[in-house]
Design a binder for this molecule. Structure first.
Ligand code: NAP
Length: 479
């Protein structure tokens, strides 16, 4: 018998119409638990509960909010190994990566516990003598949160924590593939002292629960992370209902390697950001842009390093890369390897499905060379352990290819030239730029987000999160 897990609506655990098994992608015989599927009526009840809780919560005072968020963060950090193991078991990151993500989630709640106490406004003189002007921030209302499967604990946390910190109520729909971490988070939140209805969890498919959440008149704002297609659809829907939106979407992140780069460092950071977490990170570098002087050496060194990577059960010790998260994602990854080959690219490492002792979605990380910027493999997000190399003449060519993409999330450069590093930081069209660091791997206390087709709306994380989760009021007083 597997354990069943229900929705959290108005402070009550409520069963949906049916349950779905949550399967471990490292071992398809391992069922983590059964998770309920909410109905559209339950989604409506969750929004009503959030609306009812909003007046009291939004005026509850910053100490109560700070205490609750601090309690949530403390429990997550205390249970990071257990939660990180659950994460690895349901999403397929290695256990160490899972513990890292759980730690990040705990730290985010702690950070926003502090932010509750740091919200400030402005008092400015009026152009009309004698009048006082105050600029303050107020909560937005009920926030609908929709999250993807690849960071099932960190992404819900970096949306829930600021939403609650600034006095909003939440209805969250996690990705259907990974309800386990979201449910664990909801269970911790339910015991934090936050009043019933302030935080609600509704599990189910995007088309069944996500769509009505976006369209619900009782929801004031939507914070979404996921694919560009779904994000653009949500933007269109929210334009009609005039909801505030924050969209974090896909990437096709470039990692530039210049002739003067430290070869070992360049290889390590490329392998890390292209293939770790099975390449399933929006900030993963899937385009390695290499200048011609280092190109042959770089390819040989990449192949040698990739030959040492251990793919296996996410919970096993000594594993570098876990499984792909689902069969459909594995099929997509493998199909892009074929698309690349058909377009003329050369597959120089990996790219095949691996048969391991347990039946799971294992894939050998793939490296494609001789690719050009116009190939689909370099224009579309694969979202798996697949990287392609683009050869360029010099730094100017590398910068051109860096920006030759509809996306703009993260960009990295490996170089020992201060001149090129400084120029790249200024001129790469990305929300986050890394010098001699992997494109994936960011701090939790500073803004996160991209530009062009990768992001839409205010930044997430750090104190910049208040742009989305608060609304500005300007008050004039005649004394
Ligand atoms: P997805 O298919 O777009 O799904 C994201 C979320 O939207 C899921 O909860 C999904 O529910 C829901 N959804 C689907 N259709 C919907 C609809 N019609 N209305 C409302 N919600 C709907 O993305 P994914 O495959 O989970 O995640 C991978 C993508 O996320 C990649 O593109 C990746 O780059 C991006 N990502 C971006 C960032 C960032 O910060 N920029 C971070 C991580 C991931 P179901 O699960 O039920 O389909």
């Amino acid at each position: 018998m597997t354990q069943t897990h229900d929705n959290l609506i108005g402070g009550q655990w409520v069963a949906g119409a049916s349950y779905s098994p949550n399967i471990n992608p490292s071992n398809l015989l391992d069922v983590i638990g059964d998770y309920t599927q909410a109905s559209a009526e339950q989604l409506d009840a969750a929004v009503q509960a959030a609306r009812a809780a909003f007046p009291a919560w939004s005026t509850s005072g910053i100490q109560a909010r700070a205490d609750a968020l601090d309690k949530i963060g403390t429990e997550i950090l205390a249970r990071r190994e257990e939660l990180g193991t659950l994460l690895a078991r349901e999403e397929g990151k290695t256990r160490l990566e899972g513990i890292g993500e759980a730690t990040r989630a705990g730290n985010i709640f702690k950070f926003f516990a502090g932010e509750c106490l740091r919200l400030t406004g402005e008092v400015v003189p009026s152009v009309r003598p004698g009048i006082g002007v105050e600029i303050t921030r107020e909560p937005v209302g009920v926030i609908g949160i929709i999250t993807p499967w690849n960071f099932p604990m960190a992404i819900p946390s970096w949306k829930i924590a600021p939403a609650l910190a600034y006095g909003n109520c939440v209805v969250m729909k996690p990705a259907d593939l990974v309800p386990g971490c979201a449910w664990a988070l909801a269970e911790i939140i339910s015991r934090s002292g936050i009043p019933a209805g302030v935080f609600n969890l509704v599990m189910g498919r995007g088309s069944v629960i996500g769509d009505p959440l976006v369209n619900h008149p009782g929801v004031d704002a939507i914070s979404f992370t996921g694919s560009q297609g779904v994000g653009a659809r949500i933007a269109r829907q929210c334009a009609v209902t005039l909801k505030k939106i924050q969209l974090e979407m896909g990437g096709k992140n470039p990692q530039v390697i210049l002739d003067d780069a430290d070869l070992a460092q360049a290889v390590e950071l490329s392998v890390q950001s292209a293939f770790f977490s099975t390449g399933q990170r929006c900030t993963a570098s899937s385009r390695l842009i290499v200048t011609e002087g280092i190109y042959p050496k770089f390819i040989e060194a990449m192949k040698a390093r990739m030959a040492t990577l251990k793919v296996g059960d996410a919970l096993a010790a000594g594993i570098d890369i876990g499984p792909v998260s689902s069969l459909s994602q594995l099929e997509q990854d493998m199909s892009y390897v074929d698309i690349g080959k058909a377009e003329g690219a050369l597959l120089v490492a990996g790219g095949e499905r691996l048969k391991l002792p347990t039946d799971g979605f294992f894939m050998a990380p793939a490296l494609l060379t001789d690719t050009t910027a116009d190939m689909r493999i370099n224009r579309e997000e694969v979202f798996g352990p697949v990287a392609s190399i683009i050869r360029v003449k010099d730094y100017e060519g590398a910068l051109f290819e860096t920006n030759n993409t509809p996306f703009g999330l993260a960009a990295g450069i490996a170089t020992t030239s201060l001149k090129h590093a400084s120029h790249f930081k200024r001129h790469s069209q990305a929300g986050m730029v890394m010098v001699k660091l992997p494109t994936a791997g960011v701090d939790y206390h500073v803004p996160f987000g991209g530009r062009k087709g990768s992001s839409y709306g205010p930044r997430e994380q750090g104190r910049y999160a208040q742009e989305f989760f608060t609304i500005v009021k300007t008050a004039y007083t005649l004394p």
